[in-house]
Each structure stands twice: as C-alpha cells, then as structure tokens.
Design a protein around this ligand. Structure first.
Ligand SMILES: NC(=O)c1ccc[n+]([C@@H]2O[C@H](COP(=O)([O-])OP(=O)(O)OC[C@H]3O[C@@H](n4cnc5c(N)ncnc54)[C@H](O)[C@@H]3O)[C@@H](O)[C@H]2O)c1
Length: 416
C-alpha cells in the first residue's frame, strides 16, 4: 500500500493497540508496537497474543512472521505514533492521565519534523491539547499545532475507538471513525493514516468535539442501562417481572429499553461518563445519577443472594460468570467480580465460581479463602444458591433441569 507513513508506531499493545497494530501491518505498513510490559512484548514477538479476541491470533502471527510487526519496550522513530494506553480514573472519579503523560514522555525524544501523533485513549475534553503541550515542553526544537497552527512540524489529533470486544478485528476496519485535529491539517493527516485500514467513513472535526463524542457515546449507553436497572428496582418493589415488562414496552414502535443486569462494567461505559461529570460537575446531573444507579446494582444483587441464602447453615453459592459482559475474558471493572467478593465477605459458606473464559481467579478473589474456581458441573452439583452474573453462551445452553431444587438468581434474564 502506498502511504506517506512508511512506519507506524503503536504505543500500548492491549485490547485496542494490538489489533490496531496488526491490522495496519496486514495492510503492508511496517509497525513497531511499544508496550511497557516486557512479557507482552515477548509474547507478541513470538507471534502470540496475551488477550482473548477472535481472529487476533491469526493476524498477529501473520504480521510478526512476515516482519511487518515487531514489539519493543522503547519507542523508536516512525512516521506516525498512535497512542492507546489506559485512561482509568483515580480516587474521586477524577481522570488519571498519567499513562498518556508517560507515553508522551517516552515518544518525545524520538519525534521528528513531519510526524503525526494520534491519541486513541478515551480522554476528557482537552487532553489532546495537553498532549501537544507536554510534547512541546519536551521538544522545544520542534513546533506544535497549538503554538503555530497549520505550520507545525508535528501534527496532533484525536481518534477514539468504538469497537465491540469479541468483534474488534472486524469493527476496526468497518466502523466509521471520528477524527479530531488540533488544526484542520492535523485531522486530514490523521485521516490519511486511518484510511490505510478503515473501510468505514472517516469524519473530521476538532479534537475537543471528538473527545466529547466518545464520552457521549458511552454515557448514552450508561444512562439507558441505568433506566433499565432502575426499572428492575421498581419492578421488584411492585412484584412485577421486569423482563416481561421490558419485552412488552418494547413492542411500542419508538421504545427500545435495554436490559438490566448486575451493574455496568468494563473499561469504558463504567468509567467514561465520569470524565464528563468531572469536567462539567454542575451540568452533568443525569449522567452522574445514571452512574450512581448502575453502581448501586451489585450491592442490590448481593442483598438478594443473602436473602436467598438466609435460612441455610453455611450455604454454598455458585456464581456463574466473572467477565463484565458475555463471551469475553475481560474482568475489568466487572460488577460480577464485585458481587462475588462482597458475597464472600458476607456469608461463611463456599463460593463456587465458574468462568469459562479465564483459567484462574483474579487476585482479588483468589485471596478470599472461601472462593473457589470450579467447573460448571461441580458448581451446580454442590450449590444451594445459583447466581447467574454473565450471559455467556455456555450458561444459556445449560439444561435447566440441573437447577432443580436450587434457589436461582438470574441477573441477566436468560433462564426465564
Ligand atoms: N478495550 C476496549 O474495548 C476499548 C474500547 C474503546 C476505547 N478504549 C480505550 O482505549 C484505551 C486503551 O484501552 P485498552 O483496553 O487497549 O487497554 P489495555 O489495558 O488492554 O492495554 C493498554 C496497554 O498499554 C500498556 N501501557 C501502559 N502504559 C504504557 C506506556 N506508557 N507506554 C507503552 N505502553 C503502555 C499496558 O501495558 C497495556 O498492555 C483506553 O483509553 C480505553 O478506555 C478501550
């Protein structure tokens, strides 16, 4: 493929960076992947992957074995740098930009005139401009777009990722991309980069609008899930089946209520709305309340379990699923993990955890003496109470006869 970028460097080789690096390499552009985790670098350089994502193993293996993708712990010079490092929040739900800062410090020494730097990490409004300032402070010999506009030596843009875990390889290529430049030229150069592999439309805007666009998409989901979760509280209070209620209400041609669950997890929806709240405290009232409603759900599920287990001496509780959503291995911010750990703190019986997508318990649960990682047959044979926390296909296919005689709490409504 002919492109102005003879080499692209992707900083952060996780769920977003690694597939992006591999897809660019698959289009015939040399990619240097950079990650601070030496184990990740080693696995990738062996042609392997360290996360679960369909098809990713094949494209990473192909890219590494043809020398189009190589991983390293230290940035090297490249035509374009694409930053996909974590952006968690700190105490008080304030955004933690330290990973982006560290990535900026790491690439600054190798930046050259003519480079493009694109931030992909989900970020509060104004972060791309901050990135430009950090790079400018580190490299006074180069000019940057926030100082000199279109004449800058280095172009800087923001392009958020909106892929669905489990479908990342397909969606990276097919989804439309919103690209925000600090200047128009920054956005245009970033579009040239994304057009190497994106078949969806690349829509240009400024960096602040692109930053808020990503946060808005996830806040929209969060608010709508909070509505469904609030309905589940209301229905329990009024003795109504929330799943039937939603099914009936959704027969209205302009109503589309989402599903309640045990809470909202993951790296994105449970985190990003706080980035809006933190930058517009007074205005973001609905967005904050939605976060609070969704964050209250795990405790509500724990109370249901305690009530169900109440009459039994040292009850065994089977918890099915730990991931934050169906059919993936990602446990980050997972409400299922929160529920399991809080049940373990509240009852003295055994907690039998089944999670077909991981091989061991996460550290936070492995440290609880009553929590055991077991297979499905063991859990269902030995449990008094069964709590369904994730709608993995394996659980949907379960023969419901195995639940006979047990108290069942189905937080996803799959066994109705
Ligand atoms: N996972 C998703 O589905 C998803 C979707 C949309 C947006 N995002 C956003 O993309 C960003 C990355 O998310 P992710 O899921 O890929 O995270 P991740 O934790 O899977 O991967 C991040 C990687 O960056 C590495 N890293 C951390 N600091 C670094 C540094 N200074 N230099 C080089 N590498 C560094 C880590 O070792 C890790 O391998 C986040 O801002 C996230 O909110 C994620």
């Amino acid at each position: 493929m002919r492109t102005q970028f003879s080499r692209v460097s992707v900083i952060g080789l996780g769920y977003i960076g690694l597939p992006t690096a591999a897809v660019i390499a698959a289009r015939g552009v040399r990619v240097t992947g950079v990650d601070v985790n030496a184990d990740v670098v080693e696995v990738i350089n062996r042609g392997g992957i360290h996360i679960v994502e369909p098809e990713l193993d094949l494209i990473v293996h192909a890219a590494v074995s043809t020398n189009m993708l190589r991983a390293t712990t230290r940035p090297e010079s490249a035509g374009a740098f694409l930053i996909a490092v974590p952006t968690p929040f700190k105490e008080g739900h304030e955004p933690d930009l330290s990973y982006i800062r560290a990535a900026a410090d790491a690439i600054a020494p190798v930046l050259e005139k003519g480079n493009l730097v694109v931030l992909e990490s989900t970020s509060p409004v104004g972060t791309t401009e901050k990135l430009a300032r950090w790079l400018a402070d580190a490299r006074p010999d180069l000019s940057f777009p926030h100082e000199v506009g279109e004449e800058a030596d280095v172009n800087i843009a923001y392009c958020p990722e909106r892929v669905l875990p489990g479908y990342v390889v397909k969606e990276l290529v097919e989804n439309d991309r919103v690209i925000g430049g600090i200047t128009a030229r920054c956005a245009e150069r970033a579009r040239d980069l994304y057009q190497i592999f994106v078949e969806g439309e690349c829509i240009l805007t400024d960096s602040r609008t692109a930053e808020l666009c990503k946060l808005t998409e996830n806040a929209f989901r969060d608010v709508n899930i909070a509505f469904a979760n609030e309905l589940s509280f209301i229905c329990d209070r009024l003795g109504i089946d929330v799943w039937e209620l939603i099914r009936l209400a959704n027969r209205h041609p302009r109503v589309n209520i989402l599903n309640p669950g045990p809470g909202v997890g993951g790296h994105c929806i449970a985190v990003d709305p706080w980035f809006i709240v933190s930058s517009a405290q007074k205005e973001a009232r609905l967005i904050r309340t939605a976060r609070e409603v969704n964050d209250a759900k795990p405790d509500y599920v724990v109370q249901q379990v305690l009530q169900a287990a109440g009459g039994k001496n040292s009850p065994s509780v089977a918890c099915l699923g730990l991931a934050f959503k169906a059919n993936i291995d990602d446990l980050r911010e997972s409400p299922a993990v929160t529920v399991v750990s809080r049940i373990a703190k509240s009852i003295d019986g055994r907690i039998l955890v089944v999670e077909p997508h991981v091989e061991t318990l996460p550290r936070s649960l492995a440290e609880c003496p009553t929590v055991e990682y077991v297979d499905m047959d063991t859990a269902l044979e030995q449990a008094d109470v069964v709590v369904l926390l994730v709608d993995h296909d394996e659980f949907k296919e379960l023969d419901l006869a195995c639940l006979c005689g047990k108290v069942v709490i189905d937080t996803r409504g799959i066994w109705r």
